[in-house]
Design a protein around this ligand. Sequence first.
Ligand code: SAM
Ligand code: SF4
Ligand code: SF4
Length: 346
Amino acid sequence: VGSVENGTTHRCDMRAGKSLLDAHNRPLRDLRISVTDRCNMRCRYCMPREVFGSDFAFLARVDILTYEEIDRLVGLFTSLGVRKIRLSGGEPLLRKNLSDLISMLSLRDVEIAMTTNGVLLPRYAPALSAAGLDRVTVSLDALDEATFAAITDSGHTVAAVLAGIEAAESVGLGPIKINTVVKRGANEDEIIDLVERFSSRDIATRFIEYMDVGTTNGWAMDEVVTANEIRNLIGDLEPIDPTHHGEVAKRYRLPQGGEVGLITSVTEPFCGDCSRARLSVDGHLYTCLFAGGGLDLLTPMRLGANDEQILSLISGCWQEREDRYSEVRSNHPSTETRVEMSFIGG
Ligand code: SAM
Ligand code: SF4
Ligand code: SF4
């Protein structure tokens, strides 16, 4: 099950109020959890249908973390400093009885957020909110139905996502944020419409630079609409100070009220503040979105490892962490192995 010799030391450090730090002095604060590798959409930049088609082998139920295992790991991660959990996927709302997991996590000292494509929110938002989900981020790349259909390559509609946003708002899952990946030639002409639609409702839209995550989306730099281009397009943006260390989006106030965010992972990387770990569907700990592999926690847990032993594995892994992929992107060959985003949670 791995070495336990440092387990007690790490625990003592945490009890003394010291943060667990990685090799670049970054604390562990956020945990993103992929609860399923399946999705009801096939966004071209994430799960292209040619790869994730009807014959794709998704994980079997026995190979994915149970809710009890996730809850146990969240308890251990919080003892190491994690304060925010984000449930993601794949599409998290495809996992059966997700509100049961949220009920369990709500007893822990963490904020619980979720990223979703939104179409199942009308069905599940009330139960999720009642179970203790704090807020949702809804992904929406276009308001125009034809553009949306071309990007998401599924039978779902913008109208369904908007209904999901309404449903989340009505049960208090706010402040809601919108995630929009901007890809050249696909949806840059949607930016202004999205800003206008949501700023008037006090919902922040966050524009994300198209990333070279995974190896299946055929990413090319010239398809990235840069944060600078987006800033110039929107114009008249007043920067807002970050509310906390390690905030992912650069935030701006709009002259008409409301705000937008830019997630500038490609052209203005923010690895220096990255306090995020990721837990894959099959229980591996990844310390970077662009990692080629992760640390297996599922096997030791199922072999009977105790909490000290699992804590030692997690803290040892974090202390060795040197990742800063986005800052050194050009040093990485495009052929290298990288895990898919649906597997580790965006
Ligand atoms: N299915 C859910 C959804 O779409 O919100 C959650 C999982 S999805 C992987 C999480 C986020 O990652 C989404 O906002 C999605 O737009 C973003 N994403 C996926 N692939 C991306 C890429 N290549 N570049 C930038 N963002 C990406
Ligand atoms: Fe599914 Fe979300 Fe990926 Fe789109 S971005 S394919 S909705 S997991
Ligand atoms: Fe964090 Fe890796 Fe992204 Fe850098 S590239 S911000 S280390 S997840």
